[in-house]
Every structure is written in C-alpha cells, then in structure tokens.
Design a protein around this ligand. Sequence first.
Ligand code: SF4
Length: 337
Amino acid sequence: MTAQAVDQTILDIAREQVLDRGEALGYDHLVQVLQTSDDQLPELLALAHEVRMTYNGPDIEVEGIVSLKTGGCPEDCHFCSQSGQFTSPVRSVWLNIPELVRAAKQTRETGATEFCIVAAVRGPDERLMTQMREGVKAIHAEVDIQVAASLGMLTQEQVDDLRDMGVHRYNHNLEAARSYFPQVVTTHSYEERWDTCLMIKESGMELCCGGLVGMGETLEQRAELAAQLGELEPHEVPLNFLNPRPGTPFGDLPLMPANDALRTIAAFRLALPRTILRYAGGRELTLGDLGTRDGLTGGINAVIVGNYLTTLGRDPKEDLALLEDLKMPIKALNQTL
Ligand code: SF4
C-alpha cells in the first residue's frame, strides 16, 4: 500500500467512526492520524472541523485566566517557569481580592464566560483555600461570570469545599502521556494527577484536563496522551504547545513544527469528539496567525484571551476579531448555565 493509501484509509475510518457514529478513535488509529502526510492535512483538518461542528456546534468558548499566586512552586515540571526548582526568572507573587475582582470584570468585558483562577502550588493550603472562598464570593457578587480554578492536587475535603463555594470547573492537566510523565515531572506521579481528576469528575464539578505536546515525546506518546484523555472524558481539554522557557530543563527544545501541531489538534478532536478543545499556551509561537486560523477550523472550539500565566499571549481584540472574521459566535453565558 502506498503512503497516500494508508492516509486515505485512516481518514475513511475516522469519518465513518467519529463523524458518522460519534465514537472516539482509540490509540492505534490516533497513531495513524499523527502519521498522515502534509498533503492530507487539509482533509484531516476539515474532517476534525466537521466533527466539532456536528457534536459541539459553531460556538467558541472564551475564557480568561488570572494567576492568584505566581512562581515559587515546589514541583519540578520540566516545562514550567513557575517551578521554584529552576533558575527561571518568575518571582513568587500573590494577588489580592480587589485585584482578582478587577481581573474578572475585565475578562467578562471581552465576552468571556469563564474566569479561571490559577495558583502555582503543589496543592492548596489553608491560606489559599481561604483566599479562594473570599475571592469566589466577591466575584460572584459583582461579576456575571463562571469561576473555574486550577490549584494543583486536591484532597477529597478540598474538592468538596471548592464545589460548595461555587467553583464550577476545575483544571488539572495530565500534562503528558503516562509513559512519558516520569521524564517530565519527578516530584509527583501521573497516578496522583489521575486520582485528583477522578475526584473532580465525581464531585459534580466540570473537569478541565489537558496537557502539553512538543516536549520531546514520541508520536506514539502523543497519541497515548490523547487516548488517555479520551478515557478520562473531561468536559474540557486545554491543549498546550511547549514554549521552551529559558532556565527550565526543556528550555533548549526546538519548537514543534506547525503541521505536527495541527495534526495533533485534529487527533485530539478525533479522540474527544464532544469535548471543549481549547487553545492554551504556546500556540502563537508554534502556529502563528495562519496556523491559529487553521486550528480553529480544524477541531478547536475554545480560546483563552489575554495573558497566559507566565508568557504574554495576544491582545484579546485580535482573537475576537479573528472569531468574527471566521463567523464563529462566542458562546453566551446563559447557554452555559
Ligand atoms: S506546572 Fe504547576 S505544579 Fe508543575 S511546577 Fe508549574 S506551577 Fe508547579
């Protein structure tokens, strides 16, 4: 069989299984998707877009994020400039409640329906939980927006507390495939992450769980991550492309080629037909303007506006103009409640 014939076969399988029947692709097929040629890329992206439109509709979910506590994290995730274990120049900074409310208001003004509060910690301590309690209450009193959180690994008690204080979605990424995880993090295990994710799912909060690609993983490990996320079935999957930060162990890795990044987006969509698939960190650098557009018509249906945690994202106006240009409506708040 020629390479073209192999590509065609996997695209036909994906069309029949995912688009027609709504069933996610498994690991072996995802490997084949990631092996498709550049010639097949437009067809692959068009298929992923059709899957997204069929099972999620045309709306794009917009989210803003704010860092409540930046830097000084005791963990050693090799991609992260917020780890206190490397020499990356991120200071430990805490935000106060009025600043948090102001950030939520600014986020709402962009049309975003989600406001995610993030802290660079292994897991929350009592001080952070108290700040969250006060912060979420103050935001809900003043701003019409849903509050999400990302505070690391949780105990069952903390899961219950966050749900009870009105956090409706919790982010905890798998980061990498199970088989690659020990090369990325040594201070906690993949299983610890998986367990927090399961607790979130069982609590009734929505689970937001994704990962990073372009960290030196093999193509098979990239498919493995997509399949493991498919097994977990999060409500939302943020997809990050490594932005190699100086001073981190992955600081010298090359950027992922744009076509590989686009194939990954399509593969994630085919592994997660009904999930919110969100552009997260690194996409400007990896994809540029043209590639960003291709991803939005290749399976992505959510974006983060404004600054990312440690690196500057794009001006929200640029993203909003692009969505308008693509005639993709922003998901309204009343549809998400
Ligand atoms: S990814 Fe999260 S847990 Fe890991 S070092 Fe960065 S802030 Fe800490």
